[in-house]
Design a protein around this ligand. Structure first.
Ligand SMILES: NC(=O)c1ccc[n+]([C@@H]2O[C@H](COP(=O)([O-])OP(=O)(O)OC[C@H]3O[C@@H](n4cnc5c(N)ncnc54)[C@H](O)[C@@H]3O)[C@@H](O)[C@H]2O)c1
Length: 406
């Protein structure tokens, strides 16, 4: 039984927790907070831990929203299920630490009446629908793209200095990589995506930047998928973002230079035939420092080097994901266990990056990580299988500039 308004216990009120709070607030939910930093709760009833909650507060929780640091997810979920075995839980990603995937699955298997949804904010993102549709319209004879590049970067230095959690387990894979895999699921044919997720991570060329404290701070992966598509994935956490998207011509809906910090970029590029389609996902920064209002995404299409489409798409992927997650949890239909594929993939990648590196591997350079790989037709890695992770010396602050795109 759920009540109206929905009563939600928010566990962890940091950056992600505050986003959940505002979305859940708009949904009319009544919130209580669990966070050892009690001062963060404001007016809401709060406790420092799940165990400290009075029985009535636990019984009065319809849905839990777990937004504490990743390393605490499994422990917190265990405490929630110990107190409320049939709990409904929205869990932030990654679901758990890399060594805990089996324990996580066992915990869910031993609580068959529990319902857990892991947030996947790009599962329904409208901008990705538009990307697929537009590519199909321009290249109707090419259902499979030749190249896909997914790059999500954010300079987290200021956040880390302000006390935001650091993922020392997954390193750079613990922040944006699951989002990037969620994007891939949207843009690749399902068999190619499944083969990639379950495939040997040794088949990819990896270039990583290591850090003595943060494990890895940048990673580039290149591989050729079963569909014949060349895939390039790139993420980093300690470098500023320099956009190489086309400059906006009509700036009427844009915010002027300086209105937003140029600290992050999230984009997906696909090439099929002569068409290069690119989606820049919120928060969008363009050359010259122009930025878009929140939850506005940009689709650009170039054909033979000429810009033929430039449009904006308004959508809040996180809000959609949370609303759908709560609908799923409170609905009548059975809720399956979360798909472990993406989590297992980043766990295997993190393991590989912790292993010995090949000192002869190619170092990331502006030419390898930068340039204009889709447009200029940089060659795909000839034999990705041959490469092992390459270390960029310990303490190296970041890779060379983020890979650029058409
Ligand atoms: N979906 C997204 O786009 C997105 C965005 C940001 C973060 N995240 C995920 O959300 C989680 C939190 O990240 P963040 O950046 O908000 O971290 P954060 O450091 O900003 O906040 C974490 C909060 O959890 C609290 N906390 C710590 N241990 C706790 C415990 N045992 N029980 C309850 N609260 C506890 C801290 O006091 C803090 O307030 C991570 O798993 C992260 O990967 C997801």
């Amino acid at each position: 039984m759920v009540t109206t308004p929905l009563r939600i216990s928010l566990v962890g009120l940091g950056v992600a927790g505050r986003l959940h709070r505002s979305i859940l607030g708009r949904m009319g939910a009544r919130l209580t907070v669990v966070d050892p930093q009690q001062e963060r709760a404001g007016e809401a009833p709060s406790w420092p831990s799940v165990d400290a909650m009075p029985t009535a507060a636990v019984a009065g929780t319809d849905v839990w929203s777990v937004c504490c640091p990743t390393a605490d997810h499994l422990g917190v979920l265990r405490r929630i299920l110990a107190r409320q075995p049939s709990a409904r839980v929205v869990l932030e990603k990654p679901a758990c630490a890399s060594a805990e995937v089996d324990d996580f699955r066992q915990l869910l298997a031993s609580h068959p009446t529990a319902r857990v949804v892991v947030i996947d904010q790009y599962a329904h993102a409208r901008a990705l629908d538009a990307l697929g549709t537009t590519l199909a319209a321009h290249e109707p004879g090419r259902p499979v793209p030749q190249r896909v590049r997914v790059a999500f970067t954010k300079d987290r230095a200021a956040d880390i200095a302000a006390g935001r959690f650091v993922d020392r387990d997954y390193g750079v894979l613990g922040y944006e990589w699951l989002h990037m895999l969620a994007v891939l699921r949207r843009v690749l044919p399902a068999p190619a995506n499944t083969a990639y997720l379950t495939g040997d991570v040794g088949e990819s060329l990896l270039r990583a930047s290591y850090h003595p404290e943060f494990h890895t701070t940048a990673l580039e992966e290149r591989t050729v998928l079963a569909s014949g598509t060349t895939l390039e994935m790139y993420s980093s956490i300690l470098e500023p973002y320099v956009s190489d998207a086309p400059a906006p011509r009509d700036t009427s809906r844009w915010l002027p230079p300086g209105a937003a910090r140029a600290d992050r970029g999230r984009y997906v590029c696909m090439q099929a035939g002569e068409t290069h389609a690119r989606v820049d996902l919120d928060p969008v920064i363009a050359p010259g420092g122009w930025s878009l209002p929140r939850n506005t995404h940009r689709l650009t299409v170039r054909r033979s080097g000429e810009l033929v489409e430039d449009r904006l798409i308004t959508d809040s992927p996180l809000e959609t994901a949370i609303r759908r997650g709560i609908d799923t949890l409170t609905g009548e239909a059975p809720v399956g266990a979360p798909d472990p594929g993406p989590l297992l993939r980043i766990s295997r990648l993190a393991d590989r990056l912790r292993g010995p590196a090949d000192a002869n591997g190619p170092a990331p350079t502006a030419a390898s990580a930068g340039g204009d790989p889709l447009e200029a037709g940089h060659p795909a890695p000839a034999s990705p299988r041959a490469h092992r992770p390459h270390r960029v010396g310990p303490g190296h602050p970041h890779l060379s500039p983020a890979p650029s795109t058409p």
